[in-house]
Design a protein around this ligand. Structure first.
Ligand code: SF4
Ligand code: SF4
Length: 226
């Protein structure tokens, strides 16, 4: 019984080996052969430059420095008299970096990227502190797709908040009060008859009621008509 079990295990093992006989080898001969890292791999922080001018895309806004949880990024970008920042120095301490990618997410200017590069080990920790020149140099051949620049016409107008209307009572009070705080005199709509016209004539009880014009009648009035 035990012999049969051993023979079965041997056949299963040989079957698995046979399945992989025709397939290509997964192992590569590193360091002669190297993997091409995927686009979104997080290898090392680099600075990106404009492909045409060669200038760094970084504006010195400090967003990446504030987003970094390990304080691996140190930026110096003082403002000029017009309050515009000018990038003076950009340092990344790769000994502190935990390769989280938060700096790349924070950047709005295609200026910083986690490149799929590796092999930067060293025996001296100070060599892991990269300055702006080194960061730009390593990032020169890193591909990236620049974001389309927004035209002024593409910007949507910002809706103004609606101003609250004053309550009716306040409005009435405001209208009826004068500048000196005293209530205004509301002019009377009833006109006094001129003195020359004499006393008002008394209403004739036998007189016929006034006839309303056709267009002033309500639909209810019209329904009652034959
Ligand atoms: S990858 Fe993370 S830890 Fe490294 S510099 Fe960027 S934010 Fe800091
Ligand atoms: S790399 Fe990006 S987020 Fe960091 S300072 Fe430069 S522009 Fe700002």
């Amino acid at each position: 019984m035990k012999l049969l079990k051993d023979i079965k295990a041997l056949v299963v093992g040989l079957g698995i080996t046979g399945k992989h006989l025709g397939r290509h080898a997964i192992t590569i001969q590193y360091p002669e052969e190297k993997w091409t890292m995927p686009e979104r791999s997080r290898g090392i922080v680099v600075l990106l430059s404009d492909k045409e001018t060669g200038k760094l895309n970084c504006t010195g806004c400090l967003l990446c420095e504030k987003a970094c949880p390990t304080a691996a990024i140190r930026i110096e970008a003082p403002r000029d008299e017009k309050k515009k920042r000018h990038l003076k120095s950009f340092v990344v301490d790769n000994a502190l970096c935990c390769f989280c990618g938060l700096c790349e997410e924070a950047c709005n200017f295609d200026a910083l990227k986690m490149a799929g590069k590796y092999e930067f080990s060293t025996e001296n920790k100070d060599d892991l502190i990269w300055d702006m020149k080194k960061l730009q140099e390593v990032g020169l051949d890193v591909p990236y797709t620049p974001r389309p620049k927004k035209k002024p016409a593409d910007k949507k107008p910002v809706a103004k908040p609606a101003t609250p209307k004053p309550p009716e009572a306040e409005k009435d009070q405001t209208e009826s009060s004068s500048d000196d705080g005293k209530p205004k005199e509301i002019p009377s709509t009833e006109q006094e008859p001129p003195e020359s016209a004499g006393p008002m004539p008394a209403a004739d009880e036998n007189a016929a009621p006034p006839v309303e014009p056709e267009d002033k009648k309500t639909p209810d009035d019209k329904e009652g008509q034959p």
